[in-house]
Each structure stands twice: as C-alpha cells, then as structure tokens.
Design a protein around this ligand. Structure first.
Ligand SMILES: [Zn+2]
Length: 207
C-alpha cells in the first residue's frame, strides 16, 4: 500500500485522486465526457474538510496554495453561488492565482456542468411533486425510482423517500420540504462537508 495522502495546505488526511471511469458514450460538443464518467462529476474535485482547499489531488497543491485558501476572496466563494459548483470555483481560483490558466478554464467549465446538473435535478424533483399532486401515482412512482437511482446526496434521498411514502398512500397534498427532513440536531453528518448543504433541494420549495 502507498503512503496515506495528506492535504498539502493543512496536513489533514486527504483522499487519493479520483479516477473517473472511462466514458463509453461520446462527449458533448463542449467536450463533457459521456457516461459513466459524466455522473462522477461531483467526485472530481476533493475538498479538505479542515482548511477548505479544493483540488483533484489535495496532496499535490503547491506551497502557494496556502495564502490563496486563507484569502478573503477564497472564503467569499463559500457564501455565494451554487453549492454544487463550489469545489470547482475554489479549484479555479487556486489555478488562477498560481498562473495555471488552462486548468482554471477547465475548472470553470466543470463548474458550469455542475450547475447544469443541479438545475436538471431541481426540474426532475419538481416534476415528481407535480405528478404526485396531479394524482398520476404510477408515473410519479416510476419517476421517483429513476431519481432515487441518480441521487447520491443524503438530503435528496430523504426527499425522494418522503415522496415515495406519499405516493404509496395516494396522497395528493402539498407538503413543505421541512416535513421530509429530520430536525438539524438529528443530522450530525451535516458538518462533514461534501453535499452537506441541502443545495438545490432547499431551493425547490422556497418560493
Ligand atoms: Zn487542508
């Protein structure tokens, strides 16, 4: 076994660089890889749970990364924009400040793909709610099954399970997203970083 990796900025344990599966389907015009590589996008950039550094390989970050990660500009990234695009925007800023423009451009393109995916999931989940409330339970159940297979986040899973339970009881009522989620005190995992925020799910029912 090789040495366990650590974050080059703060020394926290870091995962090995993610190796996406080879795409079996041709890429899009914007060169986004086909499936199955495509669905692994959320795993491409690792984020350090301690110092918030972001990179494909945290152990390979240059020494210059520390001052970038500690900068106000870097911190501000976490308070704006889509949660799903944050790792890519953080990595892009590190690339920009260390002069790696091609890598920066690639990271920004990947951020756009992540935003695309988040929007698609929001539409998909909204469609599930619409089908159920219209009483189209068979279609809703089929759609929920598809979504459940795609959704990897804890919050998303809870919401899909909640919808499935409503579908099973032929409930066409309107429900608040809070009904599907346990109270914050019951979810210690939310401090773990990746997909910790409800992200696009929280935007769903916030009108
Ligand atoms: Zn770190």
């Amino acid at each position: 076994m090789s040495e366990p990796k650590t974050c080059a900025v703060c020394g926290a344990p870091a995962r090995a660089e993610f190796a996406a599966p080879q795409p079996e389907i041709a890429p899009d015009l914007d060169m986004r890889p086909g499936e199955p590589a495509r669905s692994t996008l959320p795993d491409w950039i690792a984020q350090c749970p301690r110092c918030r550094a972001a990179a494909p390989d945290l152990s390979a970050l240059p020494a210059a990364a520390r001052s970038i990660v500690e900068s106000d500009e870097y911190r501000a990234l976490g308070t704006s924009g889509l949660e799903e695009t944050l790792p890519f925007r953080r990595w892009a800023l590190i690339c920009e400040r260390t002069g790696d423009r091609p890598q920066q451009a690639e990271a920004l393109l990947q951020a756009a793909w992540a935003a695309d995916d988040a929007a698609a999931m929001t539409d998909a989940a909204r469609r599930l709610d619409v089908l159920r409330r219209a009483g189209l339970f068979d279609q809703a159940a089929a759609w929920a099954k598809l979504l459940a297979a795609r959704e990897q986040g804890e919050t998303g899973r809870l919401i899909i399970a909640f919808q499935q339970a409503r579908i099973a009881t032929r409930d066409i009522g309107r429900h608040l997203i809070s009904a599907a989620l346990p109270p914050p005190s019951a979810t210690p995992h939310v401090s773990h970083g990746k997909r910790a925020q409800p992200g696009f799910w929280s935007r769903l029912l916030r009108k």
